[in-house]
Write a protein that binds this ligand. Structure first.
Ligand code: SAH
Length: 409
């Protein structure tokens, strides 16, 4: 039987409506000897069962694994993982068995587990072909990593031959031992296929699990707009948007990132899909400075501006609520620069992946940028995270990626 955490009177309300977190302020009593990452039973002040979850010191004290009074054992992990996989199959994101047998796989890159969105708070698993990259965001998940990896290989059978664990950056306060490495199999083959395009994924040293899986559908939409366009892909990282723009028939594609490693990855991925194609160039530079050096579109002759399709996909400007105000200023500044420089009749794809920045906040920041740049702007699409990054309806905090596609006159 698990040790218990007793809530203060009335503090079970949000859990009764299935919100998966217990905040430290809601706790009246913790059984003696409960350690970091341990599985605990959460009960009301009168001792009624509420949930089972991982305990961790800090503001989020318990991340709920289940609202049923059941053990967190092999069967539990297998059932959660199976449910996550079934959903990706049902919505057509994971390749079917027939596709795998025939070798006709258009997409083998997807998020298999998206934390709270898959009722597994603190756990991320991205799949790249036969490799799964697993990341823990809580000590509880870190302690369970081997058990989860075993069950993952059982549930996924032959589909997954390698499981790489990568939590050095997400659990930085832990010792480096055991934070990165293969838990199952082991392979250097790291080419992932996304919508028929190939990407070299550096899960050993890359950001997150090595690739931003969440932009797959938005990249596809960009491809449809790219024909004949001069494209600027800002914050390109592995060059995802650039490669799609090239397949879409762009006239030229320029990729910009401040990281030399990202520029190297972008060049490799362009070369992998379009060897020797001179339409692409990559620049290692700060995005704000790069935009500053472009001519203002109202000063240039029509057709003389540098770019008529710009993508802005910066890193999260706000990692916590305290940074919100400055982050919004950052989004306004960045978008204003793009509005000032984009060709008349140009199209801007602009994103925010900061969880604390809501859709309305972001739209407001972009609206302010448009007004400051004095451009006439229409919203063509409102974008968001794809179905393999689901939002648990009881956990609205799971919504993080938002984007706007704008027609700029
Ligand atoms: N658009 C990418 C993901 C972008 S991640 C994709 O589709 O995969 C954010 C990227 O912004 C990182 O590669 C990071 O190196 C880069 N970056 C961060 N600050 C920057 C800055 N000031 N100027 C240019 N690039 C920056």
């Amino acid at each position: 039987m698990y040790k218990q955490i007793r809530l203060r009177k009335g503090k079970e309300e949000s859990l009764r409506s299935f919100h998966p977190w217990v905040f430290s302020g809601a706790i009246a009593h913790i059984d003696e000897g409960v350690s970091e990452g341990e599985v605990v039973r959460v009960v009301t002040c009168s001792g009624d069962f509420i949930a089972v979850g991982h305990y961790q010191e800090g503001s989020i004290a318990v991340r709920v694994l289940t609202f049923a009074d059941v053990p967190v054992d092999d069967g539990f992990w297998a059932s959660r993982l199976r449910s996550a996989f079934q959903m990706r199959l049902a919505v057509g994101i994971a390749p079917t068995d027939e596709m795998l047998v025939s070798g006709n796989v258009h997409n083998n890159t997807y998020r298999l587990v998206h934390g709270e969105g898959d009722n597994l708070p603190g756990l991320i698993i991205d799949v790249y072909g036969e490799t799964a990259v697993m990341q823990a965001h809580s000590i509880g998940m870190h302690l369970c990593r081997k058990q989860i990896a075993r069950q993952l290989s059982v549930v996924m059978e032959d589909r997954i031959k390698h499981i790489y664990y990568k939590s050095e950056t997400t659990l930085p306060f832990m010792t480096a031992d055991d934070m990165n490495g293969f838990l199952y199999g082991g392979s250097d083959d790291n080419v992932a296929v996304e919508n028929g395009l190939r990407f070299r994924v550096d899960w050993l040293k890359g950001q997150k699990t090595g690739f931003f899986v969440d932009q797959r559908e938005n990249r596809s939409l960009l491809e449809q707009y790219a024909h004949g366009k001069r494209v600027l892909n800002m914050f390109c990282y592995t060059g995802g948007f650039s490669v799609y723009a090239m397949r879409g028939g762009a006239e030229l594609v320029h990729s910009v990132d401040s990281s030399a490693k990202a520029i190297e990855l972008t060049r490799k991925n362009v070369e992998l899909n379009f060897p020797g194609d001179s339409r692409h160039e990559a620049f290692c530079e700060d995005a704000f400075k790069y935009l500053d050096h472009l001519p203002f579109s109202d000063k240039a002759e029509c057709g003389q501006c540098s770019y008529d399709l710009i993508i802005l996909d910066p890193p999260a400007f706000a990692k916590h609520r305290g940074a919100l105000h400055n982050a919004l200023k950052g989004y306004t500044r960045l978008n204003q620069k793009a509005f000032e420089k984009i060709e008349r009749g140009g199209i801007l794809f602009t994103f925010s992946c900061s969880q604390v920045v809501t859709k309305d906040h972001f739209r407001n920041a972009v609206f302010t940028a448009a007004a400051l740049a004095k451009r006439k702007v229409r919203i063509l699409h409102q974008l968001h995270q794809p179905a393999d990054h689901p939002i648990n309806i009881y956990h609205p905090e799971g919504e993080y990626l938002k984007g706007l596609v704008l027609y700029v006159e």
